[in-house]
Design a protein around this ligand. Sequence first.
Ligand code: PBG
Length: 327
Amino acid sequence: MSAEFPIARPRRLRRTPALRAMVAETSLRPRELVLPVFVKQGLREPQPISSMPGVVQHTRDSLRKAAAEAAAAGVGGLIVFGIPAVKDGRGSAADDAAGISQLALSDLRAEVGDACVIMADLCLCEYTDHGHCGVLADDGYVINDATVERYASIAVAQAEAGAHLIAPSGMMDGQVAAIRAALDAAGYGETGICAYSAKYASGFYGPFREAAEGAPAFGDRASHQQDPANAVEALREVALDLAEGADMVMIKPALAYLDVIRRVADAVTVPVAAYQVSGEFAMVEAAAANGWLERERIISETLTAIRRAGASVILTYWAAEVARLLG
Ligand code: PBG
């Protein structure tokens, strides 16, 4: 290389770990990570999930313990998925004050108080006997407005149980407005909404459906979740949710949708969350178990990429482990 004129040498800033750390543009902090947790009614022992090594369906007791450990590690929040013992067509357990999700939410508030953000996933697929996200018409179509009415009632039950943030994941039109109105009317004007605004009809949810026992008995979710082909449409969904009162927005899945995360982050002034979903977790765990990828390196690289794309909060099954590693 010629020395006749100064040539930029980016490698100067890469010579030592300290130099690299000083100029790193993206960082990961425990409080930006949210741990998704599963709790099942009637379990005596935590149940492993075969497609998600290290993740379990919790009992109420084991969930409390896991939450205390996650909070001690500095994790920013937990998001709760409840699995009831009995399911029916309308998902009655979802808004039952004595339903498993509500019991778990209040257990978590009792355990960690305000030290961690307690989030409630709001959908019907774990509670309906048909595994769909709402109330069905005879032809199997998820009826929008009747479903949204159910969501509004569930949101109030979750707020009553102590959730700091309600996270509606059903992708029904108008769900955020209905939930906001119901929360306000019930005296929960301070309970926030983290909307799954751009949730794609993704194959990456496969392992989750074993964990949450919410696989559709027939059909799929393509009539309400987004088409993976679309990014502009995500901006439209986000704008609608913000107009309806969402306090935060979420993109899901994460790694295959980094472009969507970036576009949304550039377009809004609210915090943007991204969900590193079950299939993203399972792919890395499977490859690492075969010795094909370096597990911790890939975990860190994927989380860094999601932050770099513009997510300020990441939901990840590795939240507690990564929080501990970050110290
Ligand atoms: C719906 C919901 C799903 C996930 C989170 N909330 C499943 C679906 O839409 O089919 C998937 C999360 C994951 O795969 O980790 N309640």
